[in-house]
Write a protein that binds this ligand. Structure first.
Ligand SMILES: [Zn+2]
Length: 71
């Protein structure tokens, strides 16, 4: 029996997959998917339209987010 394909989550590095079972593949969880999307959006919209200040997201800070807290 072939082993199911899994990869390391690009956000936290935990095992993720397989795609047919994990709807958030290649991320291990919805929290990681949202965290990665948030980082991407922060890069695309780096200027805060309210304050006009440049927002910089620290990857180490993002990894401290609890996936369960993002509901
Ligand atoms: Zn993850």
């Amino acid at each position: 029996m072939a082993s199911e394909s899994t990869i390391a989550c690009p956000c936290c590095g935990r095992e993720s997959g397989p795609p047919h079972r994990n709807t958030t593949f290649p991320f291990c969880s919805r929290g990681c998917k949202l965290a990665d999307l948030g980082r991407w959006l922060d890069g695309a919209y780096a200027l805060d339209p309210v304050s006009g200040r440049l927002e910089v997201v620290d990857p180490d800070e993002a990894e401290e987010l609890d996936p369960d807290a993002l509901h």
